[in-house]
Design a protein around this ligand. Structure first.
Ligand SMILES: C[S@@+](CC[C@H](N)C(=O)[O-])C[C@H]1O[C@@H](n2cnc3c(N)ncnc32)[C@H](O)[C@@H]1O
Length: 381
């Protein structure tokens, strides 16, 4: 038996009033219903006490390597006097803190003109972010996603995110002998159930067509329309610079491969995975792997340059994780501590079983001619 939550009644009442809802609307309520959603209610979600780990919680070296790449972006833009960093979905601010600490220590010239903007859907996270980033707070500004996309804010620099796109609501579809159908959420005898219907918007079929995907009969899949939409809004406010996206996911041909019959939707609750999204509304995380091809396509359509795309371990190896290991060897911590940290860092880069290959990084640019980033350097395999 799982706990019944207040959100369950709210979603059920909504369906009773309006009729069936799309899975994207159901997932949106489970994650973001004000005060009750997974990300919009109190409680620690990430790390040992939360429901899942991200690369950031593993070790500060992850943020430090991203910071090395961001400093290289600043160089590719001819070291402007001011450079804005934007993080979307910053959670508790840990990654931003690791990046800012590195830039303050190692890149003082860049740090002088640096501004950090955190964009977060859940406003109450600001106090945790302020505490985490206390040393950098005079350089910081906070924006809601609505303020960010309003057009009043523009910037030059780099926007980055870690595990943002996988947390955006997805539509779910099934290919039937009659064609593509959408999975809706209904109530049957008071319980959530699924029902097939016509697509709620032609954009779903449009997106699959644009990325060259035709599902096989019986194949179920997720379609994330919010990711490319979010990228369009980023493009609108980015005057010049880079967008760096870290997330777990695949290119479309792998994500929608015929062997993947049930899609990638998964829930997390206290470090356990759960396949049923219709329980513990607001208490368990719901995610789907990211379709990186639709982000790349949208970027190209907007006129962005696709600078780099690949597995996280390749990015980290090319962009400076080895330097981080060297720094570790030279530091004055104990040998036992060094060994522990080396094993922790391994988690970030081992291709199988670690976070190294399910996680991918996409770097896109706007208005920067032929940038030469660290991640583009060849590694020896
Ligand atoms: C999976 S968490 C990742 C948190 C953090 N980046 C990490 O890796 O630990 C996703 C975060 O994105 C936030 N979020 C969702 N939609 C957003 C949007 N449109 N703009 C900014 N943040 C958003 C959520 O509230 C949540 O804090």
């Amino acid at each position: 038996m799982t706990e019944k939550t207040p959100l369950q009644d709210i979603i059920a009442a909504r369906i009773s009033e309006q009729g069936r809802i799309t899975f994207a609307d159901f997932m949106g309520a489970c994650l973001y219903e004000p005060g009750l959603g997974y990300y919009t209610s109190p409680g620690r979600k990430v790390g040992a006490e939360g429901d899942f780990y991200t690369s950031i919680t593993v070790h500060a070296a992850f943020g430090r390597v991203i910071a090395r790449e961001i400093a290289q972006m600043w160089r590719c833009m001819e070291t402007p006097d001011t450079f804005t960093l934007v993080e979307c979905g910053a959670g508790n601010g840990r990654l931003a803190c690791d990046i800012m600490d590195f830039l303050a220590q190692r890149e003082p010239e860049m740090y002088r003109g640096l501004r950090l903007v955190l964009v977060e859907k859940e406003p109450s996270l600001e106090s945790a972010q302020r505490a985490m980033l206390a040393a950098h707070v005079e350089k910081m500004q906070w924006l809601s996603p609505e303020e960010f996309a309003s057009g009043r804010f523009t910037f030059s620099g780099c926007l980055y995110s870690n595990e943002l796109i996988d947390a955006l609501p997805v539509h779910r579809v099934l290919m039937t002998p009659e064609g593509l159908r959408e999975i809706y959420v209904v109530l049957k005898e008071g319980e959530f159930a699924e029902e097939l219907g016509e697509l709620s918007t032609p954009a779903i079929a449009g997106q699959l067509e644009r990325i060259g995907v035709e599902l096989h009969p019986g194949q179920e899949a997720e379609v994330n329309l919010n990711g490319p939409e979010w990228l369009s809004s980023v493009y609108g406010v980015l005057e010049r610079g880079f967008v760096l996206t870290v997330d777990y996911g695949y290119p479309a041909e792998e994500l929608y491969a015929p062997h993947r019959k049930r899609g990638t939707l998964l829930c997390y609750y206290r470090h356990q995975t759960e396949e049923n999204p219709y329980i513990r509304q607001g208490l368990q995380d719901i995610t789907a792997h990211v379709d990186f091809t639709s982000l790349i396509r949208r970027g190209e359509e907007l006129g962005m340059q696709n600078v780099w795309f690949g597995e996280q371990y390749r990015f980290l190896l090319s962009a400076g994780i080895i330097n981080e290991l060297e720094d570790l060897e030279l530091s004055d911590i104990s040998n036992e501590e060094k060994l522990r940290l080396r094993l922790t860092l391994k988690k970030l880069i081992v291709p199988q079983g670690g976070m190294g290959d399910t996680f991918r990084i996409l770097v896109q640019s706007k208005g920067v001619t032929d940038p030469k980033l660290l991640c583009q350097r060849r590694i020896g395999f």
